[in-house]
Design a protein around this ligand. Structure first.
Ligand SMILES: [Zn+2]
Length: 206
């Protein structure tokens, strides 16, 4: 498929996504289907009738190390906006590793993107809190049932270790680490250790 390390890019379209990816075509097609399912599940957070129009460009890199290369190790995924509309940059054959860190990250990024349709202005603590809450959304493979609101163990462990932030600290977050909009999201890379997913995202476009 690829020669001499060269990567073959392809585009896969589904109803709400345009995937640009160097995953193999069959995995790419499967990923588009899974993203559609995930989108539907996440939208349930805002009610069964909510279904914003438009499609989203997604750059889906093969894995987290390729993402590290793409962003010089600074990000493992982000949400941005181009003149074509929203753009998600994420990695992974997440569906192969059911419920693995890449899938959570994809859910997280998609949650950011979808929540922007509902909450037009989001302070950073809200944007990030909401995405962390929704990133545990899971679709049971046996029944197709969506499960929302599972405990985010990474966030819980973070609070257990570091304690709660007070209100001033929450609001100060908007002033810190102001990244360009294109770098709208920064995470410590989620490796296999359970302590790794504390996140620090820039403010979403408002
Ligand atoms: Zn985030």
């Amino acid at each position: 498929m690829s020669q001499g390390g060269g990567r073959v890019w392809s585009e896969v379209r589904s109803e709400h996504f345009r995937l640009h990816t160097d995953l193999s075509p069959d995995v790419a097609a499967k990923s588009a289907v899974e993203l559609e399912k995930l989108r539907r599940a996440l939208l349930l957070a805002w009610g069964t009738d909510f279904n914003p129009e438009g499609s989203v460009d997604v750059i889906l890199l093969r894995n987290t190390s390729e993402m590290a290369e793409f962003t010089q190790g600074r990000y493992v995924g982000f949400v941005s906006t181009t003149e074509r509309g929203p753009l998600l940059v994420m990695s992974g054959e997440g569906y192969v590793l059911d419920n693995g860190p890449e899938q959570r990250l994809q859910t997280h990024e998609l949650a950011h993107q979808l929540s922007q349709h509902v909450l037009l202005r989001q302070p950073r603590w809200l944007a990030e809190g909401l995405a962390q809450y929704l990133e545990t959304t899971h679709i049971k493979p046996s029944t197709g049932e969506a499960v929302l609101g599972r405990v985010n163990t990474n966030s819980r462990d973070y609070v257990t270790r570091r304690g709660w932030l007070d209100l001033d600290e929450l609001w100060e977050w908007d002033q810190k680490d102001s990244l360009s909009e294109a770098e709208g999201q920064r995470w410590t890379a989620p490796r296999s250790t359970p302590t790794a997913a504390s996140s620090s995202c820039a403010p979403q476009a408002s």
